[in-house]
Design a binder for this molecule. Structure first.
Ligand SMILES: [Fe+2]
Ligand SMILES: [Fe+2]
Length: 355
């Protein structure tokens, strides 16, 4: 029979960036806002988030405390937060089925400590975000980007010291981070970051996670890549389950504009860059469709699989078990010694005329 109607007809579903993206962040996204001093930035966010905390507390038994905060911090921004589009409540994620799928695929090999940290992280998020998959994805994507920041930080440091220089690896991690950023922006368009507490939890977890991965990458880069491998593999399996569970609803929702821009309409240079495993020429380049939200989540699912492949390649490379994780055609992209020798031979053979 005909599909069951959604709560509101699709053309009224709020997926317009103007409406869905938080005004502060929307301003940042335009790319023309000046950053200012750390003090100004911090104070701005403090006033905004404090206002959201006050508004959250007002609906709880702690409303007296909320009034007190209102009195003390008169500069708090009390603008009502936007709410996620209602369609979000129809989306589900069965964490037991995710675990089942993970078992079938086989969790990648790891050290007991790394595995324990990973397991604790998954367990906590599964419990905290039961029944709120989009918010969970937003938190996960906020945190998922951090290891790439950590790798880039340490690689920059090694270049500054003159210890090791392979900008191609930095570029791959940059492209991976840019991809995770777009997953994050898509979750924001869906209203995944509307609640004060989710932003609080995600950003604090992100700071801790950034430094943990920096320390891990400095002391044992194989282990750092191994941890990322577990996380990316888990993300892939989670999105696969989500796609299968919600296909019917997702297929009837138009894609958020940011998704179309990233997967189809925009500059795909960085999109191609993170595909490091077996896509050497333009014929094989991944060009996924983006007609509805189902396509978008399928794309995200497949992106996560690419990340897990790259992380495995990086891990095996550093372990000494595998070839360079940098694709062949990029290994010589900055020139090689043979090229230089040929050039210098040509220079040496020049006979310079005396005047
Ligand atoms: Fe992601
Ligand atoms: Fe990821």
């Amino acid at each position: 029979g005909p599909p069951e109607p959604l709560h509101r007809p699709p053309d009224q579903i709020c997926l317009d960036e103007e409406l869905c993206v938080d005004t502060h962040q929307h301003f940042e996204l335009r790319g023309d806002s000046r950053p200012g001093s750390a003090w100004d930035l911090g104070a701005g966010v403090f006033n905004k988030e404090l206002g959201q905390l006050i508004l959250t507390l007002e609906d709880t038994p702690l409303s007296g405390f909320a009034s007190l905060l209102r009195e003390i911090f008169r500069q708090a921004d009390l603008t009502q937060a936007r709410v996620p589009p209602p369609i979000i409540e129809r989306l589900t994620l069965d964490v037991d089925k995710v675990a089942e799928r993970e078992k079938q695929r086989g969790v990648p090999e790891s050290s007991p400590v790394v595995h324990a940290v990973f397991f604790a992280l998954c367990w906590t998020l599964d419990r905290m975000y039961e029944g709120r998959p989009v918010q969970k994805f937003w938190v996960l994507e906020t945190v998922a980007r951090l290891p790439y920041f950590s790798y880039i930080t340490v690689l920059h440091l090694y270049e500054s010291f003159g210890w090791w220089r392979t900008p191609q690896l930095r570029e791959i991690h940059n492209a991976e981070e840019f991809n995770e950023l777009h997953h994050l922006l898509i979750m924001e368009a869906l209203g995944g970051n509307c609640a004060w507490f989710d932003r609080f939890a995600a950003h604090h977890a992100a700071i801790a996670y950034y430094w943990i991965v920096v320390a891990l990458f400095v002391s044992d880069p194989r282990l750092a890549y191994n941890f990322s491998l577990l996380v990316e593999e888990h993300a892939h399996v989670t999105y696969a389950q989500f796609v299968d569970e919600n296909a019917e609803v997702l297929e009837r929702i138009p894609p958020p504009p940011i998704a179309t821009r990233y997967y189809v309409a925009g500059d795909l240079y960085y999109f191609d860059k993170f595909h490091t495993c077996g896509r050497p020429d333009s014929q094989q380049r991944r060009r996924p469709p983006c007609a509805h939200l189902l396509d978008v989540f399928r794309n995200i699912r497949d992106d996560e699989l690419e990340h897990s492949r790259t992380m495995r390649a990086c891990q095996d490379w550093l372990d000494g078990d595998g070839p360079s994780a940098i694709p062949d055609f990029e290994q010589t992209s900055l020139g090689d010694r043979r090229e230089w020798l040929e050039w210098s031979a040509r220079v040496n053979s020049l006979t310079l005329k005396k005047k």
